[in-house]
Design a protein around this ligand. Sequence first.
Ligand SMILES: Cc1cc2nc3c(=O)[nH]c(=O)nc-3n(C[C@H](O)[C@H](O)[C@H](O)COP(=O)(O)OP(=O)(O)OC[C@H]3O[C@@H](n4cnc5c(N)ncnc54)[C@H](O)[C@@H]3O)c2cc1C
Length: 508
Amino acid sequence: MSPSTPVTAAPPQTYDVIVIGSGIGGLVTATQLAAKGAKVLVLESYIIPGGSAGYFEHEGYRFDVGASMIFGFGDKGTTNLLTRALAAVGMELETVPDPVQIHYHLPQDLTLRVHRDYEQFLQELIQRFPHEATGIRGFYDECWSVFNCLNAMELLSLEELGYLTRVFFQHPLACLGLVQYLPQNAGDVARRHIKDPELLKFIDMECYCWSVVPADCTPMINAGMVFSDRHYGGINYPKGGVGQIALKLVEGLEKAGSTIRYKAKVQTIIREGNRAVGVRLVSGEEIRAKRVVSNATRWDTFGKLLDPETQPTSEQRWQQRYRKSPSFVSVHLGVKADLLPAGTDCHHIVLEDWAKMEDNEGTIFVSIPTLLDPSLAPPDRHIIHTFTPSYIDDWQDLDPAAYQAKKEQAAQRLIQRLEAIFPGLQDHIDYQEVGTPRTHRRFLNRQDGTYGPIPRQKLWGLLGMPFNRTAVPGLYCVGDSTFPGQGLNAVAFSGFACAHRVAVDLGL
Ligand SMILES: Cc1cc2nc3c(=O)[nH]c(=O)nc-3n(C[C@H](O)[C@H](O)[C@H](O)COP(=O)(O)OP(=O)(O)OC[C@H]3O[C@@H](n4cnc5c(N)ncnc54)[C@H](O)[C@@H]3O)c2cc1C
C-alpha cells in the first residue's frame, strides 16, 4: 500500500452477544449461545476464566480459589448441568466421585457424615436421633419430591412462555409440584416433620453451609436440589482441579467459533436511549453487540457498570429484599501428608457453638481436594483449603503492615480451631496463603467480596429472585444474583436459562 492510499478504517466488530465476565454463569451462557450459532464475545478482567471457580498455582500446588464441592457432574437425569454444559460444546471432564459430601463436627459432639448413599446417611442421622426416625425420613423424602420434579424436565428459562407451556404439557404433575414449593422455605417444611431442637439446628447447618442462611431463609427448591442430588448425581471432583471446568468451557467456546478476551475489564455498559448496545472497556475501547449479558453481581452491574443515579426501581426493590452475604477469610495450606490419617474425608464443617453459626468467623469450612486428586500437590503433600465468613468492613483502612498482621492473626485463629480435628496441623504446614474479603473483591471483582445475595428477612422461597432479563432493554444478568442463586450448578442453571431467553429474543 502506497503512503497516499486512503486508509479505510475496519468497520467496528459487532457481536450477537457480549458476556461480561467468565464465571461459570457467564461461560455457560456463552457456550450455550455459541452452540446455537451466535457470535459471542466474553470479556474477562482477570488473566484466567472461572471467577469464584478459578484457581491459582504456587510452589507446585494448584489451589481452587473457592468452590470445590461440586454438584452437576452426574450422568443421568436433567439436573447434571455441568456435564450438559460441557457436552453442548463437545467437551467432557473426568471426575472423581466423593463418597462423603460433608463430615460435620458440630456442638454437643454431633459428629456425622453425609454419605453419598442415601440410606447410609439416614441411618447415621437416625442413630443419633432415634426418636425422630419418622421425621428425618419425612423431611428428606420431601426434598426428593422437589428434586424429582426438577429432574424430570429440561431446565431452561422460566421467563419464556413457549418453554413453560411445552414443559407443562409434558410434565404437568412435576410442574404443579414445583409451583407448590416455589414460595416455601426449608425451615417450614422441616418443622412439619421434626420437633427435636438440636436436629432442627442440624437442618439449619445443612442449609447454612451452602446458602449461608438458616433453613428458615433457604428456599425449599434449592434445598430439595442439594439434599437429593448429593445422593443421586453425587459430589464429583474434576480431575486437575475445579479450574478445569472453566478452561474446558472456554476451549469449547472457541471451538464453536466464539471468543474470550482476558485482561479486558468492562467499565461501562453503553446505552442508547435506555437500551444496552455495547460496552466500554477501561482501556477506552468500545465494542457493540445486539445483546449484553452481565455475569458481574447485581451490585456491580447496576452500581458500577451502569449509572447508579438511573438505577431501575426493580433493582432498588431487589436490594430492599436481598443484602450482600459476608465474604470469607480463606487460608490455603500445603501440609505434610502424614497429618491426615487414612479415611479422612474431603469436606468438613466445624462449629463449636450453635449460637455462633452465622457469626463472623463462626462456621469453618474445610476442603482437602488432594484426597480425591493427589496431582494438585507435590508428592507427600496435601492441600487444606479452609475458610470462614468475614465482612469487608473489618478489613478496610489498614496500612500494609496492619493488614498483614491481621491476616496472620485470622489464619492462626483458624488453624488453632482446626487442631481439634487435625491434631498437629500447625507443625505440618509447608505452605500458607491467606485471602481476605479484600482479596475476593480484587480478584473476583465482586463488590465487598460478597459470596452472593441473601434475604434480608424471611421471604417467599425463591419467588423474590430475579430471572435473567432486566429493566434495561438488551441487558441480561446471569450468575449467583439471579434465580436460583449461589453454587456452580445453580449458576449453570442460570446460564442455561439466560442463553435460552437471549436466543429466543435473537430469533436463534
Ligand atoms: C470460598 C468459596 C467457596 C465456595 N464453595 C463452593 C462449593 O464448594 N460448591 C459450589 O457449588 N459453590 C461454591 N461457591 C460458590 C460458587 O463458587 C459461586 O456461586 C459461583 O462460582 C459464582 O459464579 P458466577 O458465574 O455467578 O460468577 P463469578 O464466579 O463471580 O464470576 C464472575 C466473573 O466476572 C468477572 N467480571 C466481573 N466484573 C467484570 C468486569 N467489569 N469486566 C470484566 N469481567 C468482570 C470476574 O472477574 C469473574 O471472573 C464458593 C464460593 C466461594 C467464594
